[in-house]
Design a protein around this ligand. Structure first.
Ligand code: ADP
Length: 425
């Protein structure tokens, strides 16, 4: 409407300008004919006026062209669905699945995320074919039959075990009474939240179980020493020895649990200290050598040129190297050699640290789960060695803080290599 008005005023303005010019020309011709002005002056004035006229014509042509383009654009926009398509684009930009469902239960609209979740051919089909779960069906019914504005939030889990909190709400049309009521289903994904919740529950259960075992054993021995073995001196000495090692196991477990929570607290603070890898690795090798002495494990250290300094948290790097080296001392074959090395990575920006043993190796099915809390390949062996099942989880979390990952390559019967990269200082 507005553009039409503008268009008319613009053209009217041009027309009146044109009329003035024509009147001026007529006057000029009249003055020339009665010889009020001479021919040369008349030609000069005529030329100027004619130039003005051409400019005006050109302006008029440009204006009508611009109007025609605007009109075509408007037609195209309406052809593509007009304002409706703008709404669809907005809903498509929402990264959560959204469905709009008609009273006949047919899906009238599905945004891109909903098409990805439920299938590309869902629009026009009955929603119950795709969302068979009774809670969602009830929620949609409530919106249509009971006239509820919101049918609350219902949980939906698909075959791929993705879980969503689905909100179903009534959408009334804004175009008068003829516009039908529709239901809108909005899917909020909670899969990773549920996984984290499950991990926390498992962790508490596992930690309690790990502590309960030595605690039950301690209580058992205390009762025996108070009762049947009260006056049995050799038995008392033996039991006290076992009680001590059980108590030490509990202390190790609590230390590891505290370590883990401390590491998680510093997770987002990037370390910035320069650490001398050479001295640290030598000292770790000495400690691990004494841990593996009884089993005849020998440690060999090799530090490449230019790989002597890294950026790390010194205490945490020490803990990583110790956990890996002591594991090698515990699990490597008797009388074998463990190699600890530091090499310069090709890009010269990183140093790669590796701990390689000649042990039983770890089969593929265990490799992916190795750094999970309390995961053990051989439960009995780990417990016999005094392991808490948290050593590699601690390593993983420390390396995460160092923007690095633990790489494990293993061949059953030949041995295992644990390696990781750190920023070179
Ligand atoms: P643990 O306290 O049981 O040693 P870790 O988290 O340090 O716990 O290690 C998890 C499991 O990985 C161990 O129980 C063991 O089965 C396996 N493992 C770790 N290091 C080695 C290794 N060098 N060789 C073979 N198995 C290993």
């Amino acid at each position: 409407m507005k553009s039409k008005k503008l268009e008319t005023t613009g053209i009217q303005a041009l027309l009146s300008e044109r009329t003035i010019i024509i009147v001026l020309l007529a006057l000029l011709a009249f003055f020339w004919s009665i010889q009020l002005i001479d021919t040369l002056a008349a030609l000069l004035i005529f030329g100027t006026i004619a130039g003005l006229l051409v400019r005006l014509e050109f302006k008029r042509h440009r204006m009508s062209l611009r109007m025609r383009i605007a009109e075509t654009k408007k037609l195209e926009f309406n052809k593509r669905g007009g304002i409706k398509s703008v709404r669809a684009n907005t809903l498509n930009a929402v990264p959560l699945p959204i469905l709009i469902i008609g009273e006949d239960h047919r899906i009238s609209f599905a945004n891109h995320s909903a098409l990805d979740l439920l299938g590309s051919d869902i629009v026009g089909n009955d929603v119950y074919i795709y969302l068979r779960q009774s809670k969602i069906v009830d929620a949609i019914e409530k919106v249509f039959e009971d006239g509820k504005k919101h049918a609350g939030v219902v949980r939906y889990t698909n075959k791929q075990k993705r879980s969503f909190d689905v909100t179903v709400a009534r959408v009334s049309g804004t175009g008068g009474e003829d516009v039908p009521t529709q239901a809108m289903a909005f899917f909020y994904e909670i899969t990773s939240m549920l996984q984290t919740e499950q991990m926390r529950v498992d962790f508490v259960a596992n930690a309690s179980h790990e502590l309960r075992t030595p605690l039950s054993s301690l209580i058992g021995f205390i009762e025996t020493l108070q009762g049947p073995a009260k006056d049995d001196v050799p038995a008392r000495d033996r039991f006290l020895g076992i009680m001590q090692s059980e108590a030490e196991r509990m202390v190790r477990l609590i230390d590891d649990l505290l370590s883990l929570s401390k590491i998680e607290m510093s997770r987002h603070q990037a370390p910035d200290t320069q650490v001398n890898v050479e001295t640290m690795v030598q000292s770790v090798a000495l400690t691990a050598q004494s841990a593996g002495k009884e089993r005849g494990i020998d440690f060999k250290v090799k530090i490449a040129k230019g790989a002597t300094r890294v950026i790390a948290d010194p205490d945490q790097l020490m803990q990583v190297l110790l956990n890996l080296a002591v594991n090698a001392a515990k699990y490597a074959d008797r009388d074998s050699t463990v190699h600890i090395s530091a090499d310069l990575v090709k890009n010269k920006k990183h140093v790669q640290l590796s701990i390689q043993d000649e042990g039983p190796g770890i089969s593929n099915e265990h490799l992916a789960r190795l750094t999970e809390r309390f995961y053990r390949v051989d439960n009995a062996r780990s417990r016999k060695m005094g392991g808490t099942g948290l050593g590699l989880a601690i390593v993983k979390h420390i390396l995460l803080r160092h923007d690095s990952v633990l790489d494990v390559t293993s061949k059953v019967g030949s041995g295992t290599t644990f390696s990781f990269k750190l920023l070179r200082a």
